[in-house]
Design a protein around this ligand. Structure first.
Ligand SMILES: N[C@@H](CCC(=O)N[C@@H](CS)C(=O)NCC(=O)O)C(=O)O
Length: 217
């Protein structure tokens, strides 16, 4: 059975969301954030100290967007991955990576220098610069949605929507929902109304309650 190590509202939510969309059985192991400080024993399981960690038989993965693509590819009937010989495959793969490598990292910098670091180490200039960086890169997503697409690619809901969708959720968490263009806000609301998304939120909440902590994020 699949095991997922997860912290509430962190990037590992992508994986939880994928597992619920695909309706796969899994064991959820919730950790306090950041695990390297509050769950030091986790470093023996994952020396990086980061979440997600996905274990699936001999498979061991730590990159949330790649895990989404992996799970989708293993369950082709779901349609959540585009097949390599399908038109738009390269576009799909690019978006899967774009959600993490281009859209999430500036938000992680914003989070770090507004909430995670102690007051004297906070950097308002970095927060503002990376807010602008994020909004600039987001134009690529806005253009797709403005063209009337309900999903980002392939004409259906895929792991690319989960990858980019998590970045939009994270934008809400860092407090810049109001900066998202209207078409992007509407897209985010559509994603949040999905049954798979709601199941993932419920799984996270019960995991968090069992842990007896509220995540820092
Ligand atoms: N690129 C990785 C990033 C993983 C990552 O850095 N996760 C953060 C949480 S969102 C983490 O575990 N931080 C804890 C730490 O750095 O100690 C992914 O997409 O999964």
């Amino acid at each position: 059975v699949i095991t997922l190590y997860h912290c509430a509202r962190a990037r590992s939510f992508r994986v939880l969301w994928m597992l619920e969309e695909l309706r796969l059985p899994y064991e959820l192991r919730m950790l306090p954030f950041p695990p390297r400080v509050f769950a030091k024993e986790y470093l023996q399981v994952n020396p990086l100290g980061t979440i997600p960690l996905l274990l699936d038989g001999d498979v061991r993965m730590t990159e949330s967007s790649a895990i989404g693509h992996y799970l989708a590819g293993r369950h082709p009937d779901s349609g959540m991955a585009l097949a390599p010989d399908e038109p738009g495959y390269a576009d799909y793969l690019n978006l899967v990576s774009f959600g993490e490598a281009t859209l999430t990292f500036p938000l992680a910098i914003m989070m770090r220098y507004t909430r995670v670091e102690p007051e004297p180490r906070r950097l308002p200039q970095a927060v503002e610069d990376y807010r602008r960086f994020f909004l600039g890169r987001l134009r690529a997503v806005d253009q797709r949605l403005q063209a009337g697409n309900e999903h980002l690619c392939g004409g259906r809901f895929t792991a690319a929507d989960v990858s980019v969708g998590y970045a939009l959720l994270f934008a809400e968490v860092v407090g810049i929902r109001g900066d998202l263009p209207p078409a992007v806000q509407a897209y985010l609301d559509r994603l949040k109304a999905r049954e798979g998304f709601l199941r993932a939120v419920a799984a996270e909440r019960s995991g968090e309650a069992a842990l007896g902590i509220a995540g820092l994020l």
